[in-house]
Design a binder for this molecule. Sequence first.
Ligand SMILES: [Mg+2]
Length: 224
Amino acid sequence: MIKAVVFDADETLLDLRPAIDYALDQVLGNLRRLDPDLAVTREHLQDDWRVVFAEGPEAPVPHIRRESMRRTLARFGLEQHLDHHYELFFHCRYRATKPFPDALATLAELRESYLLGYATNGNSTADRCGLGGEFAFELYAHQDGLPKKPAPEFFATVVSATGVKPDEIVYVGDNYHHDVAAPAAAGMRTAWVNRGGRELPGPVVPDLVVERLAQLPGGLAGLA
Ligand SMILES: [Mg+2]
């Protein structure tokens, strides 16, 4: 019997990509006010982010953002402007981060039947992203020494926070490796949020696949 439903944040409950793009564009706009001929593009910032993330995916998200932005600015001789633009990025990114349109209604419906939790690798704090007060508990990697997903310790901490058995928990997320394979290895049930209709990328089969959050209440009710 399912007693707890625990959510990934970014790209599961939160429509993060538009907020990141908006924040990057604000940074670019500000940089171009310093130098109208500046050739830096959103792609430069995104490419450096991917490189820094690949070098150390276990690092805290703000560190990855700061180092990647430092590299981009350094390439254009603007490293001395890092602090201001790093702060501008996060100010804009938080201001623009919104839940998907069906998130709050889905959480309200699920709360009638399940304990709800929030457990993320990132820094989308619930209260800054339109999800304040929605969960019985919130867990953030790098707080209190919690390692990032897919570390088994992350999911052991999730289980402890719910106070129920692993197989009474459904972990819900968009990232197959972090949100399906890893929690399944920890004995939890899983719901894969597959908005793009992608092929299953690995051998672990989620207990439930949804394309929209609004499909969760009915899907979860159908799990044995
Ligand atoms: Mg995610």
